[in-house]
Each structure stands twice: as C-alpha cells, then as structure tokens.
Design a protein around this ligand. Structure first.
Ligand code: ADP
Ligand code: MG
Length: 779
C-alpha cells in the first residue's frame, strides 16, 4: 500500500495495544463489568452484524439503555480490535451541545483515556479533538456545517444520528441530506437512534431499513396528579376570590404600562375545576383559558416547594428531578428554595441546576453521588428528559410544560411559549424516576389535563421560522429550497418557506433570483442567526465592533439581567441605571458587561452582580462567546489586524444604534404617544407591549419614533423583549426605510456593504451621509 496506509496500519496496531492494556488493567476490568450491565450489551453482536450488513439501521431503546455511550463505542472497539482502528471515523450527533460534551467525556473515561484522544467532541465554537480522534461526538448543527464544504463526508465511515425521536429541525434536515448522500457513498454506514417507539416512521423514510429494539428494564413509577398531590402534601390553595392583587396593580401602575394584569391565580382556578370536573371537555372556558397560560409562577413554586418538602421529610432516599420550563424559572425557583430552612440547608439538600448553558463543573455534579444523608435535587429543563440520564433519580416533579418555539406562518411570528408537553414527553419524564428502583412522579396538573395532551409533539421543522435553515440549504447548493425541503420526513408549509426566503432577500443574504449574495455567503458561514451575523459583520465594517460584539453575544446567550419574581421592581430599577438616556436595552447590556469586566479587574465582580441583579454565569458565557465570535471574524478576514482600527467609531452612539437597527430589522415597532401613555405597533399593525424589565418601560415618552427589537414573544399578548430607540434617518439608511418608500436601492446597499468592506474611507463617508440626512430630517 501507500505510505499513508502504512502509517495508518502502524497506528492501528498501537491503538489495539493500548485498548488491550486498558481492558486488562484492574480499572479497565471494573469499567467493562459496569458496562456489561447495560441492556445494550446483550445486543452488541447483533448490532455489529446488522451495521456491517446494512447501510442504514434504526435502533430504539429506553433512555439510559446505553445507546449513546455504548453503540458508537462498540464500533470503535471492534474496529480497533480488528486492527483497523486508524481507518475508521465515527461521527455521532447530538441535538444539544451539552450532551455532546458530557457523552464524549463519559466515553473517554470508559476507555481509560482523557478527552481528545480516541474520543472527542465538537460543538458550536468549541471542541476537543486530537489527530488520533476516531469517534467524534458533535451537535447535529456541526455536522450540517461540515456538509456545506464536504459534500461527501470524505473519510467518515459511520454516522450516528441520535435522538431522532425528538424531531429537531437539524436532525430532520440532516436526514434529508444524508439520504441524498447514501447512494454516492455506498460504504458509509448510517445508524439512527431513537428513544421512543416511532421507529417505523424512520424505517419507511429509508426504504424499509431494518429496526433493532434494545429491550430495557425500568422499574414501575407511580404517577400522582395534582388532585393527589394536594392530598399528599396537605397543601392548600387560597380560594380564587380571596386573592388580593393590590400588589400587582401597584407594580403595573408605576410602570405606566398597558400590560394586562396578571390573571388571578390560575392554578387555583385550575384545581377548583379539576376537583369538580371529571374531564377536560367539562372545564369551564375560563378555566381552560387560564390553564393554557399557567406556568410555574410564584404559586406554582410554593406547590413545588411543598412537594419537595414532603419528599425530603417523608420519603425514602433518592435524588429528585424537577422539570421546569426554562432557565428563568429554574433560577427563580432555586432562589426561593435556597431561602427555605430545610431545602436551602446544604447539609441536607444539594440543589443542582441542569440546563443548556450550565458550567462544566456543575455538569459533573449532576452525575455524582451526593454526600451521605444529603438529598440531591436537580432542577432541569426538558433536556433531562432523554439526552441526559441521572441514575439515582427516584422522584420526578413535572410541571407539565416546556418552552418551545411555535411558529405561526400566517402572521410570520415566532413565539417562545411554555406550552403543554405531549403525553409521550410526560411518560418519558415519569420514566426517569424508575432507573434504579420503583419511583414516584408528581405531575403538577390534574389527570384530565394529561388526558387532553397531544400524543406526540409537532416536529420542530413545522414550528420554527426557517431563516437560518434556508440559508444553509442555499449554501449546500442543492437547488431550490422548496424542492429540497419537500423531501423532508414531514415537509414544512410552503408559506413558511416563502416567508424565510423573503426574509433572506430583505436582509440582503439572497438576491432576487434566490441566489446567495456575498453577504449571504458570509452569513451562512457564521454559526449564528443570520440577523445577528449581519449585525456583527456590520459592526466590524463600521468600526464599532466592540459594543456590537457584546450585544450579539448577549442576544445569542440570554439576558444577563435577572428578574426575580419577588423583586421585579428593584431589578428593573437596577437595570435602568445602565441606561442613562439611550432608551436602549442593548446599550444597557453593553454597559453592564463593561462594568462587570471592570469589577472583575478590581476583584469585586460578585458584589457587582449581586447589587445589579446580574447573572455572573450569563456574563461569563457572554464573555466566552465574545471571544469565539471575535476569533471567527478574524479567521474569516472580516476584521483588521489592529484592534484599535476596528473600534475607531465604537464611542459613536448613533452609529452603534444604527448597526443595532441594521441587524434587528425588520423587528421594528413605531412608538405611538398618547397623552398619558405610549403604545407600540409593529409593521404589520400588531399591537405589542414592552417586556417588564425593558429600560424603555421607565419613561413616559420616548424621543424616538421607532423601537427596534430582537424578538417578539407571545405570552397571552405579544411582547417585545430588548428594544432600542432609533430615528427616522437610521431606519431609512440602515433598515428597510419607511413604508418601503426607499427600500430597493438601500437594500442593495446593505447587501453591497460587504463588497467595500475593506475600504475604511467609504465607511466614514457613509457615517457623514447619515449625519447629513439626520440634519435634513430635523428641519
Ligand atoms: P441512552 O443513550 O440509551 O439514553 P446512555 O448511553 O446515555 O443511554 O447512558 C447509558 C448509561 O451510562 C446510563 O445509565 C447513564 O446513567 C450512564 N452515564 C452516562 N453518562 C454518564 C456520566 N457522565 N457519568 C456516569 N454515568 C453516566
Ligand atoms: Mg442517549
């Protein structure tokens, strides 16, 4: 063979020696023993054979049976054992970055290695992978990105697509691309892994590919619904008509907002009805209404607290897993529990949070045994439903909701709403309690509500805007977007595709013929929402990179400003201190971040965060994302080598405002002043409200005719989150213009920015032009 082949052969022998040495070591033997207990082990030979004989197979099995950590590892081990270790290249995708990292870490440990040797991971903007890595866990997004430049996946021998039952957008997208690739790569093996039993769907999609089920064993879990929980805990809800909401009223009044008062104690209503009605159909319409907008609020928290107390006082040992909707209510609940005499006592209870962006140190705690006589309580998002298995869980508390994006193609509005989970999810959550012994599950909703849940969740492809996806399809060069997507397992509505294409045209990423523009090519390369990618590029181009970098990082992580239920007023006041008179949440973010950096230098970051209701963890995440984006732009040669050049105009407030506008457009609302109040209207004439902690709620008037905003969120009414006031001229030059009056020419200009990017004089003249126009409009 060639020299290359000889090198690989030598390397394969080394790999085999190392593997055998580990298998014969005492620790290695112990590890193998433990792995042999997993249900997947019994199917090992059958699986290896099926994979050798078929190009595509579908594997299903209970969560925790060993699909993710074992199956790719079996292939790696058998390839190494047969002396072909260095020739194989196994990819295994995960829907979430955190599971890719956690699993890679686990598999390395099981192989007696450190991360980055034969096993590695790669997630957005981060990775741990060496030249001898032959099993790589990555997010599905990463594999898609790789397919952009490497259409045939050269050198890859096996692809595992994990958690396909979740029907995530990236997974559905990947399946279209891989299905298309299979005939061109006859030697490539595709293995699909799924938790629940809708394997036939995927088998049919791949022309009847064989299915293998790993029978698992779980202990029975007793389900308690709300009516039972009230009995068990003795928790009393205040009757509906006795609730004083004077406090609420006062809060809203001070904010001079048209926010409808919070509905009265939804949970109470719900329970009253639940106890008197036997089926969901019999619910009063009022109760149904309040039911749909119930999320764990302060009343729900008290109930959760009561359940947790009951478990800690009366129940047998075992960890507790609490399913919440998102990071915000997890942190609110955690704060409340920390103040509790029993639950907040670290000698008796270990409180751990588990969500998409937690720190690695916290991640490890999740899997570890707590100290003796300490009960582990994990507050988690639906991430803990299937991708992460916590072995010692005996009790599950399920709030019944999950934050999911829904997308209304007709109104072209994405909404991020906590909505009821499906029956499949509820069962899955319940099942988490039966891993080691019989368990208990507390569902915080009446039994009849559970019966009204839909059976499965709608695939993500059908409930999210397709902007980013369409951009990626374009850069895959696979022809028409619509045609490509029609090959999906369940194709999205044509209207949703049309909206996305129009959006991409509007921001200048596609030209009239749906071809990628120069800007579009760059945007497809950035691992970011196209809007934010554009803002970042514009920030670099207009030499005000630093503040824009902070804003983009902030918008792609989450809001670092905390809004605890009990201290909403103080928190909003603290936030408004960061926004002198800029009428901008985005600028407040920049100031808060910069203040934090300074506080860090002075060693008082903790106090700083505490005083200002800021999350240190989020600021840290923003900080590292900033570095990563910075690196990517530098790598793409979109930045000057000398940093000061990129920031020459960073202090120019109106320029920064303009770039925010350019990025967030068409997220625009007009400010309508009335005598005593303001209201806000979006382009499509929809009324929107400001989110409670926006700095713009603090003013009686806003001296700007427009607000640009990043996202609209529908929670009963439509809210806009972070907003920034902008002038007419900014909107004309950097947005799409008013009433589209000036749009076509300026649109071209937006797309054309990138072409004269490297010429700083042009940037400057543009700024001058903007100032001229500003003056003109003021006359
Ligand atoms: P599946 O993919 O089928 O849901 P996994 O392969 O993820 O199952 O997990 C198999 C087993 O390995 C589970 O019992 C799980 O608890 C255990 N496990 C996974 N990750 C870790 C870890 N980081 N530390 C300890 N045990 C782990
Ligand atoms: Mg798994």
């Amino acid at each position: 063979g060639t020299l290359m082949e000889k090198v690989l052969q030598r390397r394969s022998l080394q790999m085999r020696n190392m593997q055998r040495a580990w298998e014969e070591s005492p620790e290695g033997k112990k590890m193998l023993q433990a792995r042999m207990f997993l249900p997947a082990f019994k199917e090992k030979e059958r699986l290896l054979q099926a994979i050798a004989q078929n190009q595509v197979i579908i594997i299903s099995g209970e969560t925790g049976c060993g699909k993710t950590t074992q199956l790719p590892q079996y292939i790696l081990e058998s390839e190494i054992e047969s002396g072909r270790g260095a020739f194989c290249n196994i990819l295994c995708t995960q829907p979430r970055r955190i599971s890719a990292m956690a699993v890679a870490e686990r598999v390395s440990t099981e192989r007696g290695e450190t991360l980055g040797e034969s096993v590695g991971y790669k997630v957005r903007l981060e990775g741990m992978k060496g030249k001898n890595t032959h099993l790589l866990f990555c997010t599905s997004g990463i594999l898609l990105r790789r397919l952009l430049s490497d259409h045939n996946l050269d050198g890859v021998t096996h692809v595992f697509v994990d958690e396909i039952h979740e029907r995530g957008m990236n997974e559905d997208f990947l399946l279209i691309v891989l299905k298309d690739l299979l005939p061109r790569r006859r030697d490539l093996r595709l293995i699909l892994m799924s938790a629940t039993l809708n394997a036939e769907l995927f088998s049919n999609y791949f022309e009847g590919a064989p299915m293998i089920h790993i029978p698992g064993f779980t202990h029975p879990v007793r389900a308690h619904f709300l009516e039972d929980i009230l009995e068990i805990t003795g928790y009393k809800l205040t009757p509906f008509n006795q609730i004083d909401d004077y406090g609420q009223e006062k809060l809203w009044k001070t904010q001079r907002q048209l926010v409808p008062r919070k509905r009265k104690n939804n949970l109470t209503l719900l329970v009253e009805d639940a106890l008197s009605q036997s089926s969901f159909e019999n619910y009063s319409s009022k109760a149904r209404d309040s039911l749909s907008c119930w999320t764990p609020d302060s009343i729900g928290f008290n109930l959760i607290e009561a359940v947790l107390c009951h478990i800690c006082r009366k129940e047998r040992p075992g960890a507790v897993l609490v399913f919440m909707t998102g990071w915000d209510d997890i942190s609110c609940l955690k704060n409340q529990l920390k103040a509790h005499p029993l639950l907040g006592d670290p000698n008796r209870v270990q409180l751990i949070t588990c969500h998409g962006s937690m720190a690695t140190s916290e991640q490890k705690l999740i899997f570890e045994k707590p100290p003796l006589n300490v009960r582990k309580i994990v507050l988690a998002t639906n991430m803990a439903e299937a991708s992460i298995t916590i072995n010692d869980v005996v009790f599950v508390v399920d709030c019944g909701k999950a934050k999911e994006t829904t997308y209304d193609a007709l109104n072209n509005t994405p909404c991020l709403l906590p909505s009821w989970i499906s029956q499949a999810s509820a069962r899955q959550r319940r099942g988490r309690a039966g891993r080691v012994q019989p368990g208990e599950c507390y569902h915080l909703y009446p039994r009849c509500v559970y019966q009204a849940f839909s059976e499965y969740q709608l695939p993500e492809l059908l409930r999210t805007p397709l902007n980013s996806l369409c951009l990626q399809i374009k850069s895959l060069q696979v022809g028409s977007i619509g045609e490509f997507l029609s090959a999906a397992l369940q194709p999205p509505e044509p209207l949703a595709v049309k909206n996305a294409v129009e959006f991409l045209k509007m921001i200048g990423a596609l030209d009239e013929n749906e071809n990628l523009t120069h800007l579009g090519e760059y945007l497809a390369m950035l691992p970011l929402d196209p809007k934010l990618g554009k803002m970042l590029i514009m920030g670099a181009f207009f030499r005000c990179f630093d503040p824009i970098l902070t804003i983009v990082a902030g918008l792609s992580v989450r809001d670092p400003f905390l809004l605890p239920h009990e201290k909403k007023d103080q928190a909003s006041t603290a936030k408004s201190r960061f926004s002198a008179k800029d009428y901008s949440d985005h600028m407040a973010l920049v100031r808060a971040y910069e203040g934090w950096k300074e506080a860090e230098r002075e060693g008082c970051a903790y106090e700083y965060c505490w005083r200002n209701f800021l999350s240190a963890q989020t600021l840290q995440a923003i900080h590292s994302l900033r570095n990563q984006f910075h690196y990517i732009l530098k790598d793409a040669r979109l930045l000057e080598a000398e940093a000061s050049l990129n920031n020459r105009l960073s202090h120019n407030q109106s320029l920064v405002r303009a770039i925010i506008c350019a990025g967030l457009f068409p997220g625009i609302a007009s400010v309508v002043h009335r005598e005593t109040s303001m209201s806000f209207k979006t382009m499509d004439d929809g009324q929107v409200l400001l989110y409670a902690n926006s700095v713009n709620t603090r003013f009686q008037t806003i001296p700007y005719p427009w607000l640009v905003f990043g996202e609209k969120v529908k929670v009963n009414t439509v809210f806009i989150r972070d907003s920034t006031g902008v002038s007419d001229s900014i909107l004309i030059l950097f947005g799409d213009g008013l009433d589209n009056g000036v749009s076509p020419g300026h649109l071209k200009m937006l797309g054309g920015y990138i072409d004269f990017f490297m010429d700083p004089t042009l940037a400057e003249s543009y700024v001058n032009l903007k100032q001229e126009l500003d003056q003109l409009l003021q006359k």
